[in-house]
Ligand binder design. Sequence first.
Ligand code: ZN
Length: 74
Amino acid sequence: MKTIHCPYCNEQVSNITVRCPHCGKTITGEAEGSSKYVAGAKVSASRSGGIRKLFWFVLVLVVVAGAVYLLVLR
Ligand SMILES: [Zn+2]
């Protein structure tokens, strides 16, 4: 039997418990789901960070290319 921390009162409760015996809140599934959601959010955040870096790289490239283009025209 695994134990998890109640998200409402932070007491250790069984992960198969439907209701926290300490505070009476319904917790089954919520804790596991929220931890999975946090892991997914971390993954998506790192992915969006990479996309943001690519966006800035392309933006700098376009600005440099535009400056070179203007210099060549003059
Ligand atoms: Zn509780």
